[in-house]
Design a protein. Sequence first.
Lengths: 246, 221, 205
Amino acid sequence: MTGIINYLANPGRFRRVSQKIYPWSLGSTVLFLLLGLWFALYNSPPDYQQGETVRIMYIHVPAAWMSLFIYSTMVLLSIFSLVWKHPLADLLCKSSAPIGASFTLIALVTGSIWGKPTWGTWWVWDARLTSVFILFLIYMGHIGLVRSIEDHTKSAKAAAILTLIGAINIPIIKFSVDWWNTLHQPASIIRVDGPTIHSSMLVPLILMAISFMSFYFSFVLLNTQTELYKRRLKTIFVKSLIEGKK
Amino acid sequence: MNIFLKLILRDLKSIFSGGSDAGAALFFYLLAIIMFPLSFGSDSVLLTKISGGAIWMAALFSSMLSLDRLFRSDYEDGSLEQLVLSGISLEFVVITKCFSHWLTNGLPLVILSPILSIIIGLNIEYCWILVIALFLGTPSLTLIGAVPAALSCTIGKGGVIITMVVLPLMLPVLILGSGAVISEVSGLGGAGHLYALAAIFPISVVIVPFLASKAIRLGWE
Amino acid sequence: MTNIPLIETNALSFERGGREIASNISIVLNKGEAIFVKGKNGSGKTTFLRCLAGFVPISSGSILWWGKETFPFLNKQGPIVAWLGHLNALKSVMSVKDNLNFYADIWRVEHKIVNNAIEQLSFEQYLDFPVSWLSAGEKRRLSIIRLMFCPAKIWLLDEPSSFLDEYNREQLQKIMRNHVYSEGSIICSTHDDINISNSKMLVLG
């Protein structure tokens, strides 16, 4: 494991490897999206209480999973960057933030759309909704701060530092549904006894989750490659200015 | 311990010699609280309900405003560099700076809160839980804000960006802190909130010095 | 017992703003020696000194202090390395006296030595002034006073004579000479020509 991590620490190698992986992960995204949507919209039963509106769950839940998963990944990457000084970890962290923010926004919006017919309200300030909204704000603040630093190397490191200070929010979100059991449905999939949801609904959820995961994978690689190109461009540009003067 | 006291005294001297805006932040606290009865009308039933939250909101804003000065002065004149080369670890300096910030910002908020809460209509019997909640929460506000404050030294400008970053990070403290008062007033008991609030402090004390000193060193690069 | 050099750098390279500005710098500093760092603006003199002081990470090579890679902050007498960079590290709201006493306190320097330094640079009249009243040159002289009573034997100086007039530049040279002759060592970046025997030169860029 550490071998792979060290192997990919070289930017050139990372570029080559990620360029090979990228078409596959993009393909996986589309494939699982189509499969997942087929199961979600067609081949799965409507909920006996909610009817067809339950199908929004197949976007909402995986998006919510991703919003938390991505931030947790960012925390791990930050630790890799700050403690073990891995050269690319902070870049990956910086590149993950916009994707995480997007999934959080999708989760919030689809949740709101789902909530209106189901609970009669667009929004309520219970523990889970509030925590996810705060997570969205943390993502946005993160993106804002990182963008305001002009130096690319410094902004990546700042991204790592800022991620860790927001990390306290993650346990609060995960356990908030258990601590304050209010309007939002308590956890039914990631539980100690195993999922309580029926397999016909579980399958499309998992498929959509795989699709979203591949999406994240593809785009974090793409963003990181772009960052690396930007850095190289700056180095080349500066060199050419200096050569030009000579 | 000696060095700790010397550093605190130096910060306090600096603050009280008029080099910073400590007084302004406290004055803002006052103003912000008074804005509540002015904006929501003098309906005393309503004010009683929102007073706990109003005080917490004012505490948050006051804290946020004064965070910029936490490291900026010593960073910009090179004092942090001298302290580090004198053998004082940057993490230790971060802790002392947070402590002096709390002494001049958080602690006055705690002390003023009973008087101010009565002004905006919180019943006297609930003042105690407000004071305890603020006492437990304001150190965490300073600590959590210290990391973006240190990062702002890298950026140079600070200002609105830091506010944008800091506010979401402080929201859990706000929710737990005002939740404690609200729960107590509604009879559910605020002890759980206070425990959760108290738990944030040791976590922050452990991770903030490490992160803030990384941020300052990032600025030095 | 071989004479281990105080500071030794081996094939040192460092970056500024993400690009490498100097590479393969190897110097050796012994007791009672001075090294003057020269070079055009932008050649990396300040960054080099900041690397030595530990504020900027190096991109390759090594810096050895008494043969070891760990930076020596303190010993029983106090700090081992004294730094005078572009910034003077003076609190402008506090008085000259308070500024100096703070460092004298944390470095545990006797008042005698502090007063001696103040007298040498004729600063007695300014003791009660707030630092904000001083001119740039006077602030620089104040940081030099602090440098003088610092117990550190190794001085890292970055353009110490900036803002100083002719007379004070000579004073500074005398102070540096005295330091080197009493077994101290200096690495100093400067545009001036400083006359100290037992000195080497490093040109960057």
